[in-house]
Design a protein around this ligand. Structure first.
Ligand code: PEP
Length: 251
């Protein structure tokens, strides 16, 4: 039985005061609740402050991106080791906003995946098709390419440090979520890819989150699909009551 895992991606939102307040609210509302694993991923600049508040709680800390080198002359970049040093357990890689707005390709993402795993971080790897690709019935081909590319050279032993997040690009921040059936079918396809490459047992343990306009009122039907093991939550993770509403729907 896979434990549900809900992660909040704060994107480039909050300021220091709201980041601290939001974190404190989530920690308080989650006290004593261990039925679902929960992580929050603030902007880099607030990771340390948020980390101090979540210390000793049941909320894990994550980051939204990293570079693929440990250290060096890479102005403006952040290494996986720096994130681990701040107490991050997770890093989100390959988010659609990085793929489509920052031009990241699977080769770049693959380097980051290897670097993050080598530094002991767990990776939340995002995958997803555009609306045109779904309408052209290319969803599974696109996901296969993203999985082949982003996970090239990642071996079975590393898969317990991997979470996959299926995030259809057309559902992120749009208010149009995938239907529970669309999510289930796509998650089952992703799990079958993992099974083919890394074995059925590994696939059966892998957490696959759904992301894309998850709100408290649509969360239960998505989260209760057989192959949907949690959610990656953008907008609704910025309000403690909405985030908790989604977490409760996953119980
Ligand atoms: C995301 O940023 O990963 C996301 C799913 O955003 P939203 O929940 O706002 O669609």
């Amino acid at each position: 039985m896979r434990k549900k895992f809900i992660a909040g991606n704060w994107k480039m939102f909050t300021d220091l005061a709201t980041a601290k307040k939001l974190t404190q609210e989530i920690v308080t509302l989650m006290a004593g609740n261990n039925k679902v694993d929960v992580a929050i991923c603030p902007p880099f600049t607030y990771i340390q402050a948020v980390g101090e508040i979540v210390k000793g709680s049941n909320i894990s800390l994550g980051a939204q991106n990293c570079f693929h080198e440990k250290e060096g002359a890479f102005t403006g970049e952040i290494s996986p080791n720096m994130l681990a040093d701040l107490g991050c357990k997770y890093v989100i890689l390959g988010h659609s906003e990085r793929r489509h707005k920052m031009g990241e390709c699977d080769v770049t993402i693959n380097k980051k995946v290897h670097a993050a795993l080598a530094s002991g971080l767990k990776v939340i790897l995002c995958l997803g098709e555009t609306l045109d690709e779904r309408q052209a019935n290319k969803t599974n081909d696109i996901l296969k390419n993203q999985l082949d590319g982003s996970l090239a050279g990642v071996n079975k032993d590393n898969l317990d440090s991997l979470v996959l997040a299926y995030e259809p690009v057309w559902a992120i921040g749009t208010g149009h979520n995938a239907t529970p059936q669309q999510a289930q079918d796509t998650h089952a396809f992703i799990r079958s890819w993992v099974s083919k490459h890394h074995g059925a047992e590994t696939a059966s343990k892998l957490i696959i989150q759904y992301g894309g306009s998850v709100k408290p009122d649509n969360a239960a039907s998505l989260l209760h699909q057989a192959d949907v093991d949690g959610g990656l939550i953008g907008g609704a993770s910025l309000k403690a009551d909405q985030f908790l509403g989604i977490i409760r729907a996953g119980m």
